[in-house]
Design a protein around this ligand. Sequence first.
Ligand code: FCB
Length: 466
Amino acid sequence: MTTVPFPELPRGFRFGAATAAYQIEGAHDEDGRGPSIWDTYSHTPGRTLGGATGDTACDHYHRYPEDVALLRELGVDGYRFSLSWPRLLPQGTGAVNPKGLDFYDRLIDELLDAGIAPAVTLYHWDLPQALEDRGGWRERDTAEAFAEYTAVAAERYGDRVERWITLNEPFCSAFVGYAEGRHAPGAREGRGALAAAHHLLVGHGLAVRELRAAGAREVGIALNLDRLHAASGRPEDLAALRRAEVLHNEVWTEPLFAGRYPEHETETWEGLADGPWRRSGDLELIGGALDFVGINFYRPITVEAAPHRADDPAPRTATDIGVVEPIPYGTRLTTMGWPVVPSAFTELLCDLNARCPHLPPVWITENGSAEADTVTPDGLVHDGDRIDYLAGHLAAVAEAVAAGVDVRGYDVWSLLDNFEWARGYEQRFGLVRVDYDTLTRTPKDSYHWYRGLITAHRARTEEPAR
Ligand code: FCB
């Protein structure tokens, strides 16, 4: 077993693990759950690798006691998971499904019994299909429906949930889902994606209000902000970088933390930027104070100018902004094809802190790596590359903390191997291996390493008993 030194985080720093409902639960048509856009998308031929769906996934819906036992053994302080909106409100609004409510009651109580603090994501991409049929996030009504669903969840679970995350990676919902079409609902639109981005933010603002009204303890959002580098100092690459900053980061950070829309949005999207979906009062709604901001980080992105879009006969998507993202040479890539550059994580956190004077405390809500795991004849998974990745990125967080960034905790992605969206089941991010034929769970070396890190952290930072 690899011996990789443990990065040192400050006293009180919290360690956790993260998952998402559609990626692990399965039971897609059980106990009254309605369909989501990911059911529809994954069941459409040609959309996911090998036609993979989340119908069964890790069968967490039935095996959650075993998964909570794995978390307990891991020694985490908290567990970040998402609620399935169509399990709670099968049509997105209106009738509430009591069996769906009961499931998360059981999960939350099981976690509390194990001494693990529940952290709930309200929206990890599984929009009820009934709402997509009425326009999905292109429509403001979906933001209102999200508030209704949030109120149901907050009322039911608010007494037991420590942290609430309104949205997970709205960048992916809006731009990967409605512009690139690589995620559900698989649309390729310019206006639709920009309207979706705005309505996601409005939905976030409305959800924050509901959570506050219900007396929620801590409220935040999880963003996949990106550390972007220009491929060269050529003026066209620097201009592409400017546009990519708007697309990846400022669409979210400016309204959330600076009370304005991005300064360079018109040069990024021309006339589409300031669409009729914006209403007066929206910035105040979106910018309501948060207790933390969650950051999901995996890899840095290099940006290069692409041939001018006006010559492109393809549909004008919001991502078609004259930007390409080549993979740099000379860095190790995970099986996702993502370069491993931990120093970019420190840079991202420090830069964000410097740029946003009103930034709330930071929580790392996702970080981890997909690797080519193999089961050796001893039945184990010796995933040294994943341990190196985690050690490097936790050390990068420790550096950001030392430089003055207020980072409170870290949730590793992911507890289990799971349904990796359009990439199906081939990408394995788990600390625990899942055999998809038998659904057997096997802790990998990285699981034992992370447990050792948590134990060492407590031993080093907790007051000795008198
Ligand atoms: C993030 C998602 C998460 C998982 C990781 C690998 O973008 O939030 O569900 O797929 O990537």
